[in-house]
Design a binder for this molecule. Structure first.
Ligand code: PMP
Length: 397
């Protein structure tokens, strides 16, 4: 009998010096089961993906039905594929007027790349402004926007004309000029540690973009789809972007991304050159069918309301002298500790007790809590109680 773990280390390209290495054989709802039959509560949703939990029956049914009907037919944008059309229409129906045209991709990074290209065409400019500690993906363009030098600089040279400003600092907005094609901003910064902006700052950012003819791109790849207490995170802050980017939770566990703007802006992709942005698999029918089922379920069950409620449950139950602060919004929360060593100790103890948590790429002092949006009060209380018990034990040592 061969060991899957050994093969994982030998034959699957490794990107982490210390992969979590969980060997899951089944996942349903909030829980995952490993090869040793140990059950884990998933408090990170595969990094903000499994919004409806694992293998939600409605998503599974949609996937099975679509796989039987047809899978790949043609590269994106040529055939009228019903799952794509219905998903785009539903997104257009629930978004503001200027966000009615949906370009489908396979992933978040690809949707960001598409947004960068569209902004160049619409404005005729090439400079971009992004935020310090921003994460927009790992492809060359998205990496150029990344606001963390450690993860970015080994891959230079990157795209020219990109500068970074501080999130939530009004004085930095002066760096947005008439040469700026677009500002890229996560509505709530994920990898920085679930950092919530001041509403006034986001409004000032919107105003500055209007004054300079710059497009505002909001990346809600992590913060969208109900996770942060409203269906779209920007709804809480009274701003509307020119381009909205979604992925992760959108597909209910299937790979998909979207870049949404006005039909007028999107026209730039269809002339000079024609086929200005091409993807073979973007908006794959099976992923699009899963997305439609996910979106309908989120809307029917108003899962953003549960996210608001569960935020309160976590906040009320996560009280301990070793917890400095709970940051974030809805079910994109970060539990901040004094230092990274304590955080890693808590994460590893959580795993032993069957709770999957994580740190953040740019914030290793904080523990990530981003469970499926279907988590209930009893489960949230149990998770918080386990974390507090772990902290009690650590404190007594
Ligand atoms: N933007 C944000 C805010 C993200 O969190 C991520 C993924 N962690 C991405 C973009 C990139 O998405 P993907 O990994 O699907 O390319």
């Amino acid at each position: 009998m061969y060991s899957h773990r050994k093969l994982f280390l030998e034959n699957c390209a490794q990107t982490s010096p210390a992969p979590m290495g969980l060997e899951i054989i089944k996942a349903r709802g909030l829980y995952m089961t490993d090869v040793h039959k140990k059950k884990y509560m998933d408090l990170i949703s595969g990094i903000s993906v499994s919004a409806l939990g694992h293998a939600h029956p409605k998503v599974v049914r949609a996937v099975q039905k679509q796989a039987r009907t047809y899978m790949h037919l043609m590269v994106y944008g040529e055939y009228v594929q019903h799952p794509q059309v219905k998903t785009a229409k539903l997104l257009a129906d629930i978004l503001p007027q200027n966000l009615h045209s949906v370009y489908f991709t396979n992933s978040g990074s690809e949707a960001i790349e598409a947004a960068m290209k569209l902004a160049k065409r619409v404005t005729g400019r090439y400079e971009f402004v992004a935020m310090e500690n921003a994460y927009h993906g790992s492809t060359q363009g998205a990496l150029s926007l990344m606001g963390n030098p450690y993860f970015r600089d080994a891959y230079r040279p990157l795209l020219p004309g990109i500068s970074h400003i501080r999130f939530n600092h009004e004085e930095d907005l002066n760096q947005i000029t008439r040469n700026t094609a677009a500002v890229f901003c996560e509505t709530i910064q994920g990898e920085a540690g679930a950092l919530v902006p001041e509403a006034n700052w986001l409004k000032a950012l919107r105003k500055k973009c209007n004054e300079t003819g710059t497009l505002l791109v909001l990346d809600e790849i992590q913060a969208g789809m109900g996770r942060t207490g409203t269906l779209f995170a920007f709804e809480s802050f009274g701003v509307v972007p020119d381009i909205l980017v979604l992925a992760k939770g959108l597909g209910g566990g299937m790979p998909i991304g979207v870049m949404i703007s006005s039909a007028e802006n999107m026209k730039a992709f269809s002339h000079n050159p024609v086929l200005g942005h091409i993807t073979t698999f973007g908006g794959h029918p099976v992923s699009a069918a899963a997305t439609l089922a996910t979106l309908k379920t989120i809307l029917q069950e108003k899962l953003w309301e549960n996210a608001q409620h569960m935020e309160q449950v976590f906040r009320e139950n996560l009280k301990h002298p070793l917890i400095k602060k709970v940051n974030g919004k809805g079910l994109l929360l970060s539990v901040e500790f004094e230092n990274a060593a304590l955080n890693f100790e808590v994460i590893s103890q959580c795993l032993k007790k069957g709770l999957v948590t994580d740190w953040f790429l740019f914030n290793d002092k904080s523990l990530r809590l981003a469970p499926p949006l279907i988590i209930n009060e009893k489960q949230a209380k149990k998770a918080a109680k386990t974390i507090v018990e772990i902290l009690n034990c650590i404190q007594m040592k």
